[in-house]
Design a protein around this ligand. Sequence first.
Ligand SMILES: Nc1ncnc2c1ncn2[C@@H]1O[C@H](COP(=O)(O)OP(=O)(O)OP(=O)(O)O)[C@@H](O)[C@H]1O
Ligand SMILES: [Mg+2]
Length: 367
Amino acid sequence: MRLEKLSLLNFKNITECRIVPSAGINCIVGSNGAGKTNVVDAIHFLSMSKSALSMTDGQSVRHGEPFFMLSGDYTTDGDMGVTVTCGFEKGKGKSLKFCGKEYERLADHIGVVPIVMVSPSDGVLVSEAADERRRWLNAFLSQLDHSYLDATMRYNRLLAERNTLLKQGEMLLPELLDVIDERIAEQGERVAAARRDVLERLAPIAERLYGEIAAEGESVCLSYRSELNDTPFLEILRANRQKDLVMGYTTSGIHRDDVTMLIGGYPLRKFGSQGQQKSFLLALKLAQYKLLHERLGERPLLLLDDLFDKLDEQRLQKLIRLTSNEEFGQVFITDCNRERIISILKESGKEFRLFSVADGEVTQEEV
Ligand SMILES: Nc1ncnc2c1ncn2[C@@H]1O[C@H](COP(=O)(O)OP(=O)(O)OP(=O)(O)O)[C@@H](O)[C@H]1O
Ligand SMILES: [Mg+2]
């Protein structure tokens, strides 16, 4: 997939901008707070129908304005031109259109314009609680497979129902819990199988890519951790029923799954340096890129926000060399240091274009 033209109107601090990116690498430079991340976030929005950063759509509307509007013209790898527009108006909500036609369900758009975004906030994947890793896994899998998204939504609904039942005490009809358990087990097994499958495929690619980015002799390991790996979910639910009734909520299930990340056999969170953690996340995201490409038959857009943060010169060069490969299509990189990025990109040999952002205005520069 290639973004040919991008327009933003009242999106965060950008009043209005229209850019024509290169098919190769696009660099967005500017000082802190200029709006670089906002530009890549707009590209994210057009693919995922939400911001990678803001909690609500309303937060993406430029202060004092009633709405924002985004539009992207793309060419698929099969050479077809498509347009995606996304607008949000306060008090009215969001509208997402593909080639002029409004989607009935926003979820249907996920994966149509595949993307992978690397951003400084990915740090939470290593450092924070398991729910961040599940959120990442869910977003990734929903681009790959719409039935996955449906199964997680059904699971969450059933889980909420089950938890309500568990709180009913004496009033509770055990037969009702039996029915819910069977349904929840079915959806849970489906989600767990998809997660297991994708992580089994992702792990060897990420581990190999880490070796390409990092110093020699470092090794990492990625795996899926779930109670459901060893025991059927229905059995777990039945075994834990008494405990769940005492606690008043469901204590086991895929809502407790995690992704284990190790460096040299030890937890990355505790024993990885900041640069090693960042390298690991990059390897993970690039592996995700390769898997999306393989499954969807379309090269995703690669968004690298603040790539240079915490990486030493050597890792950076290896990384740019890696992403300059034809296998990675169109790339967007943001950086504060204009000269540094220009010199690294000139070395890479791949076609690139430079955009500078200042005071919410974006302009293409000659280099
Ligand atoms: N809804 C909004 N309306 C107006 N301005 C906004 C809105 N949301 C965010 N901003 C502004 O956007 C700016 C941040 O932009 P952005 O995060 O893209 O900067 P950046 O160039 O990536 O900076 P850095 O180099 O620090 O990462 C801030 O000044 C912030 O106040
Ligand atoms: Mg930024």
